[in-house]
Design a protein around this ligand. Structure first.
Ligand SMILES: Nc1nc2c(ncn2[C@@H]2O[C@H](COP(=O)(O)OP(=O)(O)OP(=O)(O)O)[C@@H](O)[C@H]2O)c(=O)[nH]1
Ligand SMILES: [Zn+2]
Length: 383
């Protein structure tokens, strides 16, 4: 009996050991024969092919080796350890990466990654989650880019240009007064959020300047559509604790018209940031999105905000007229009932959306906003 037990134990141990070796052998074979690297990369999420000397193959596949293989990792040289980090900003071939150790490293990009053929103009985007190999001097090399979740991007000459990657929230800042609230602008930013699959939060700032009751109906309309709306004041501090909680441990892109108080809000959310607050906006930021790079700002509560001129005015770059109604949760349920499958719900016959507006099932202001957007912005594009 004792012998039996022993044998089964030995078999189990042998199997474990053997499986470990097989896995190791597979990895080694892949790279030793490896003039073609097949980083059909569980990490990068893209099929990749290219050439390169892969002396550090175990590191590349580091996460793919499961715990039962921990023994293999122990044998690695200590300098083979990669640090996870977030790309704070990209400047040409250099990126600033905040490592999980809290240190900001100036990083280059590994040659193999640079040579990857992707749809993006740059392999690395602000907000990317990366694995870096570091040296003592706060310099490093980006070895791996993790798959991106939501991105804000725009298409330029047929190529997707990622402005910022891995964004959770789109914080749409408006002001109750000075400048007065523009619901149509909120609608546009909501479409942007819907288009990119990013959760919007509508912040009505400068609530100290008005009677909050004025906005109850508007807040109600957005709330009924399932959007989160909050009123706040950077001046009095109203709503700030809540806002701080909402964005803690998230990545939040901040958008909104000039002068609504974006910098002021961020300064009270994160004392010490000292973002410039301007009483009058003198800068015309139109078109600046083409040149202004996004920057991630770490928050002490965890998470990051992205606040750059290029993102602030960010809206509707890649949305076509036909897509808009599907991005509006109040119009969406009706669109399939229209007579024409390509109905734009403007002047067409037997339009179910227009019927729903006529009998109050769709808010008339929202429909108005939809018409304005299509007729004045999207259908005039390029004129
Ligand atoms: N009364 C009041 N004034 C505010 C509030 N928040 C900001 N302001 C004022 O509004 C003005 C504009 O604030 P900013 O924070 O610079 O606005 P911004 O949205 O960052 O503007 P840009 O940088 O031009 O995009 C400043 O004079 C602020 O002091 C608020 O909650 N209440
Ligand atoms: Zn229609």
């Amino acid at each position: 009996m004792a012998r039996k037990k022993n044998r089964s134990k030995i078999r189990t141990e042998f199997r474990k050991k053997h499986q470990g070796r097989a896995r190791d052998a597979d990895l080694t074979r892949e790279f030793k024969t490896g003039d073609t690297e097949r980083l059909a990369d569980a990490h990068h999420g893209e099929r990749v092919s290219g050439k390169g000397a892969l002396t550090r193959h175990r590191t590349v596949f580091g996460d793919a080796i499961d715990d039962s293989n921990a023994g293999l990792n122990v044998q690695l040289d200590s300098d083979d350890a990669l640090i996870a980090g977030r790309v704070l900003s990209v400047h040409g071939l250099q990126s600033r990466v905040m490592g999980d150790d809290g240190v900001v490293y100036s990083c280059t990009v590994r040659q193999l990654l640079k040579s990857l053929s992707t749809d993006q103009r740059h392999v690395i985007a602000t907000g990317d989650r990366v694995a870096i190999r570091t040296a003592d001097n706060q310099e490093g090399m980006i070895e791996r880019v993790e798959p991106r979740s939501h991105v804000l991007s725009r298409t330029s000459r047929g190529r997707q240009h990622v402005i910022v990657a891995n964004v959770d929230w789109l914080m749409i800042v408006t002001s109750a007064a000075e400048p007065g609230l523009k619901p149509g602008l909120i609608d546009r930013f909501l479409l942007t959020a819907e288009h990119f699959g990013i959760t919007p939060i509508i912040c009505i700032n400068k609530i100290d300047l008005v009677d909050a009751a004025e906005y109850q109906q508007l807040v109600g309309t957005f709330g009924q559509l399932g959007y989160r709306v909050l009123t706040c004041s950077a001046e009095t501090g109203q709503g700030i604790d809540f806002l701080r909680q909402v964005i803690a441990n998230r990545e939040t892109a901040v958008v909104g018209q000039s002068g609504v108080g974006k910098s002021s809000l961020l300064n009270v959310i994160e004392p010490g940031l000292a973002l410039r607050v301007s009483s009058v906006s003198s800068e015309n930021q139109k078109g600046r999105h083409t040149t202004t790079a996004a920057k991630l700002i770490p928050l002490s509560s965890g998470g990051f905000v992205v606040d750059t001129p290029g993102i602030r005015q960010f809206q509707l770059w890649d949305i076509t007229p036909g897509e808009v109604s599907a991005l509006m949760p109040d119009l969406r349920p009706y669109v399939s009932g229209c007579r024409y499958s390509d109905c734009l719900h403007l002047d067409e016959d037997q339009c179910v959306v227009k019927d729903a507006v006529a009998d109050g099932r769709i808010d008339a202001r929202r429909y108005d906003s939809y018409c304005h957007l299509l007729e004045e912005d999207l259908m005039n594009k390029g004129r």
